[in-house]
Design a protein around this ligand. Structure first.
Ligand code: PLP
Length: 381
């Protein structure tokens, strides 16, 4: 048992409002912005708006076969059928040919996920959809716009999450943004129709204080030992209700966005250089493979091992030393408990399956010192 464990992701949350008169939060996002109580709720609202927009009787939504189960919860909540799309080999991107093959007259949307912060190819997906009315929803739960890059998206709708371990976290909440005024009207109506979340300032402040403390490597091992907390476990929970985001969360968002932008991307740069000088080529630098030398800001550093056995061995070695490696979701969506029957007629997704067995991530948060990066690289070399 090791009493020192770097968390795989997560930065301290600032519990402070921005100065009065600043309305900069809305300026950080493209178009109109609506806050809901989670990323999943925001995605559900985006899918609902797509269904209303296209007026389909039996709507279907395409989504990657390797993703967090909240995507399925959101699609089902909105009343659509989730249709899985395999990845391209050794990429975190959906295979465009599979998207084409799975489009039907009932497809109302394609969910394009920026996994770890690696952007999906929204333009290429839109080209694949040519002649089809399906919308593209960018799931940006794991990425956040850079300062001044607010309108850099071709997606019809973009969703964000402000939950635990996300680029900008206030321990819960999410948002939908759109540049399309018709869709904005639909989201506005959905937002008006749902209840506000209860906002109890002292309770939120206490939760944030506790969370900030537990991010310390000397305490993080504690919740990992408590089975009822289920930290990091991938479990399917149906979405029962969506609400507006709590006001306290919205109030402190601005300061946390500023802090996100202020954070130095040094850890990411050092890891990228370190992995590049690794001569055995047993791991693929996924972000570099997808984006080239100029990486976007990532929330975790994703590596694809050459084999599942090697991935497991590397994670075990890293975590024995408390270095915060994570295997992410354990499998593709049909193999997550509670989802098998839903997808039994959809065939297999071999690339996503292989990805799920070989992917692991290294931590990039503010608690990772240069010394820790060297320790991490020592274990991988
Ligand atoms: C890609 C992606 N989409 C959606 C969600 C759901 O966000 P939330 O946890 O805020 O409901 C997550 C959560 O981890 C996610 O990683």
């Amino acid at each position: 048992m090791i009493f020192y464990q770097l968390p795989p992701a997560g930065n301290k949350i600032i519990c402070r409002r921005q100065h009065d008169g600043d309305n900069r939060v809305n300026d950080c996002f493209p178009g109109d912005l609506f806050f809901f109580n989670s990323g999943a709720a925001s995605l559900a609202a985006a899918v609902l708006a797509s269904i209303q927009h296209l007026k389909l009787a039996e709507p279907e939504v395409l989504l990657p076969a390797y993703a967090c189960p909240e995507l399925v919860s959101a699609v089902l909540y909105a009343g659509a059928k989730p249709i899985l799309v395999d990845f391209s080999a050794d990429r975190s991107w959906m295979d465009l040919d599979v998207i084409s093959a799975k489009l039907t007259e009932q497809t109302c949307a394609v969910i394009a996920v920026s996994l770890f912060g690696i952007p999906e190819r929204i333009g290429a997906i839109k080209n694949t959809l040519q002649g089809h009315s399906a919308l593209v929803i960018e799931d940006s739960a794991q990425s956040f716009p850079e300062k001044g890059a607010k309108s850099a998206t071709d997606a019809d709708l973009v969703i964000y999450s402000f939950g635990r371990g996300k680029p900008v976290s206030v321990l819960g909440g999410g948002a939908v943004a759109t540049l399309n005024s018709e869709l904005a009207e639909k989201i506005r109506q959905i937002h008006c129709d749902v209840k506000p979340s209860e906002s109890v300032r002292w309770r939120s402040q206490l939760k944030i204080q506790a969370y900030n403390r537990l991010l310390s490597p000397r305490l993080y091992w504690l919740p990992t030992m408590l089975p009822f907390i289920n930290l990091g476990a991938t479990v399917y929970h149906p979405l029962r209700e969506i609400r507006q985001m709590d006001l306290f969360g919205v109030e402190i968002l601005g300061c946390n966005i500023d802090e996100y932008w202020r954070r130095d991307p040094l850890t990411q740069d050092l890891l990228m250089q370190g992995i590049a000088s690794c001569e055995h080529h047993l791991v693929i630098d996924l972000a570099k493979q997808c984006c080239g030398e100029r990486l976007p800001r990532l929330i975790r550093y994703p590596l694809l091992a050459r084999s599942a056995e090697l991935r497991d061995e590397l994670c075990e070695r890293l975590n024995k030393k408390g270095l915060g490696a994570s295997k992410m979701y354990p499998d593709t969506l049909p193999n997550i408990k509670g989802l098998a029957r839903m997808f039994e007629e959809q065939g297999s997704s071999p690339n996503a399956q292989s990805f799920s067995q070989r992917i692991f991530t290294l931590p990039l948060h503010e608690g990772v010192s240069e010394k820790k990066i060297l320790h991490i690289l020592d274990e991988i070399y």
